[in-house]
Design a protein around this ligand. Structure first.
Ligand SMILES: Cc1cc2nc3c(=O)[nH]c(=O)nc-3n(C[C@H](O)[C@H](O)[C@H](O)COP(=O)(O)O)c2cc1C
Length: 280
């Protein structure tokens, strides 16, 4: 299969069969992942392979209770890792400034994510199913504890991997005509954007119910006030359709129950002795 076919036919898999992933295949995927480009060629990341049922269940719980994580035969946690390089450098008696600054931390996070996505494409090419799990950062500190991560190691993205139970559906995507700008940013015609948005969400069919409407109403009110919330919920009822904005931004993502706050994340970076981001 050529790359365009692989990309056009891929989708995230959240429904895995019990069939284990062949070790030889997994080794090939990991071999492909570590060939991914990294900033400075440093490869400042590590991959933790988790297969043990109890640990998978614990991961599922920490990642916003996404149950399928517990059922995936393998979960691969990609972590920024400054610990390994520091140990090697110190063994040569040098004083490394491996943390650099904010820019470097961003780069190291990107490195880990690029390696994860490289593995995902390889998995598709091998006929496996996978999904990236950004919610591995939702309770980053507890994930670090669960995986026995040393100081200077930070979990940033996970891949849940296995055999698909079914092919699932391919979600709508904006075409390049919407995503790509020539030379400088061009403000596009709103009618074109609306048409692309409608096409992207053509299969989106969530109907209002009491639970959804109550929460969307509360969240919208908290962010934008009572009048706006009333207008928004009336529109949803009139259309008999919970649009993707209302669902994701007004219902699913604002539920921060049991999740780290922004200041918890900064505190965790301190605890992990990863404070390079504070430098110039
Ligand atoms: C950075 C990142 C984080 C993601 N986190 C999650 C996640 O925590 N749970 C999940 O089910 N899907 C997650 N996804 C998968 C997206 O939901 C998915 O890619 C998107 O809905 C488009 O669907 P597709 O992958 O089938 O094309 C994540 C994807 C990315 C790139």
């Amino acid at each position: 299969m050529d790359y365009l076919n692989i990309m056009k036919n891929r989708n995230s898999c959240r429904d895995f069969s019990d069939q284990p992933v062949d070790e030889a295949v997994l080794s090939r995927l990991l071999e492909a992942a570590v060939c991914a480009p990294t900033s400075g060629g440093f490869q400042n990341y590590s991959i933790i392979k988790v297969k043990e049922p109890e640990r998978k269940q614990a991961l599922a719980k920490l990642c916003r209770n996404q149950g399928f994580i517990g059922k995936a035969p393998v979960n691969l946690i990609f972590c920024v890792d400054l610990h390994r390089e520091k140990r090697i450098a110190e063994s040569y008696s040098v004083l490394p400034n491996i943390q650099f600054d904010y820019e470097s931390l961003s780069m190291f996070i990107m490195d880990a994510a690029i390696a994860a996505q490289t593995l995902c494409i390889a998995a598709e090419a091998e006929g496996l199913g996978c999904v990236l799990i950004g919610n591995i950062v939702t309770n980053q500190n507890q994930v670090a504890e669960l995986l026995n991560l040393p100081k200077q190691v930070l979990p940033v993205i996970m891949v849940s991997l296995g055999h698909r139970k079914n092919k699932g559906t391919i979600s709508g995507k904006y075409p390049p005509s919407v995503m790509v700008h020539e030379e400088t940013y061009q403000e596009q015609d709103i009618a074109d954007l609306q048409a692309a948005w409608k096409a992207k969400y053509a299969d989106w069919n969530i109907k209002p119910n009491e639970k959804l409407m109550t929460r969307i109403g509360e969240i919208t009110k908290a962010y934008f006030g009572e009048d706006y919330a009333a207008k928004g919920t009336q529109l949803i009822q009139r259309n008999n359709w919970v649009d993707p904005f209302s669902f994701w931004y007004g219902y699913y993502y604002p539920n921060h129950e049991g999740m780290m706050t922004a200041s918890d994340h900064l505190k965790f970076l301190e605890e992990q002795e990863m404070t390079g981001y504070k430098k110039k």
